[in-house]
Design a protein around this ligand. Sequence first.
Ligand code: NAD
Ligand code: 6OH
Length: 502
Amino acid sequence: MSVQDRAIPASPAANSTLVPELRNFVDGEFVAGDHFFDDVNPADGTVIARVSEAGANVVDAAVAAARRALRGEWGKAGVWQRAALLYKIAEGIEARFNDFVQAESADTGKPVALASRLDVPRAAANFRVFADLIKTAGLEAFETETPDGKQALNYAVRKPIGVVGIITPWNLPLLLLTWKVAPALACGNTVVVKPSEETPASATLLAEVMRDAGVPSGVFNLVHGFGEGSTGEYLVSHPDVNAITFTGESRTGAAIMKACAPGVKPVSFELGGKNAAIIFADCERDETIQQMSDAVFLNTGQVCLCAERVYVERSIFDWFVSAMKHKAESLQIGWPQDRSTNMGPLISRTHREKVLSYFRKARQEGATIVTGGGVPEFGDERDNGFYVQPTILTGLPESACCVTEEIFGPVCHIAPFDSEDEALAMANDTEYGLAASIWTSDLKRAHRVARQMNVGITWVNCWFLRDLRTPFGGVGLSGIGREGGVHSLNFYSELNNICIRL
Ligand code: NAD
Ligand code: 6OH
């Protein structure tokens, strides 16, 4: 689809409609671009906002503002001053907690219960953790012997990289955006942020929080729009952007890498996954089923860390499949606003088409559909939304596309295994390498298997348990680099080593 097809020309009528208008935030001001596009609520397909698409001119202005801000008071702000501002931003998010929950839920269709428990608290935590970290980060130092028997002192100082372009997806919009904005600001950079076109609202609220917290103009800039041929492409190929940090699909990462090549811009990529879970017969059963239900269905399966491939020791295979079936069929699929809802719709009609196409392929490839495989019917406006049934597949060969390709929906394939080696071989037989989980009561086996997984993070008897100080990222098609803790500080700063002969 071209930009022209997607965009609605700006007209006076745009302001007279009842839907709010979401604008770009550049140099401390909300500004409109030349076109608008629709922000759709996936629960019922209604248009909830019109979003101003940032053209190349708006992206230019945002990058220029970010560059100027580096030379201004922000460039001179010390670590304690920056940390104090980050705490204020965290407080600002908490002060508007409900606004953020409502915005995130309306854009994504995720249950308000989930946004209240996960997305919004994590956004505030991201700012607090990186404020704490930057205050306590020491300098690397070495005493060095010189060839003439004297000494030199080496120490490395951290400097900002400069203007950082931040591009994020729609599944955990505020969580993933602040996961990058917080360390970038902690390290003294300025940012130009492009959230997903599907989920512009929480980032727009964050711009208000930034303004109200007293973040100097130009330090945080927000541009709305699409990827290829639009805002995202303008941002990643902009010659005055010093680094790009991106979360999204692996093939988008590849396109961004190409755009960054001419300027040799550093990139940090958190990409897709086709994550395995290995369930041993000695697992703690109730706990495993409880958490595996989240690992497959949380956020309607739209978490990069979700388990889409589940390998179960043969002696408990039947039990596991039937317990997961029960869990899937007990999920409350419904209106996101209803506090008892624990599964919402997929993000968009297009994404639902993709997920349904995998259900069709699964049938063609000979899968048993244990449960789900279709679209639920409600008899109300939700039938205009983008819901699918939680789905469990069995019986596919390891080469089937539903076992090798990321589906990004509430679906997993469950296969039996007979030995630890076989489970490991199947789990590692993928081009991706983001996350894995292992479920066992045998501590020695847990250590042994965990270190053989070709992934960035392995959970044992838990899933999506995050400590923000730890390295996070993936191998293979799942990403480049690590963020989290000192790894984020290292990406978002340049180290200048100073060697002094004493
Ligand atoms: P996507 O790659 O389609 O889009 C992500 C962002 O990139 C959006 O803001 C989009 O507008 C922008 N974009 C697209 N093409 C671009 C281009 N050519 N240049 C610049 N920007 C461009 O991803 P999505 O569909 O929004 O998100 C789902 C994907 O994200 C899944 O593959 C999922 O696994 C992955 N993901 C990974 C992680 C992780 O931490 N590894 C976290 C969340 C999501
Ligand atoms: C992907 O959908 C989830 C990614 C999670 C994180 O990046 C995180 O920091 O928890």
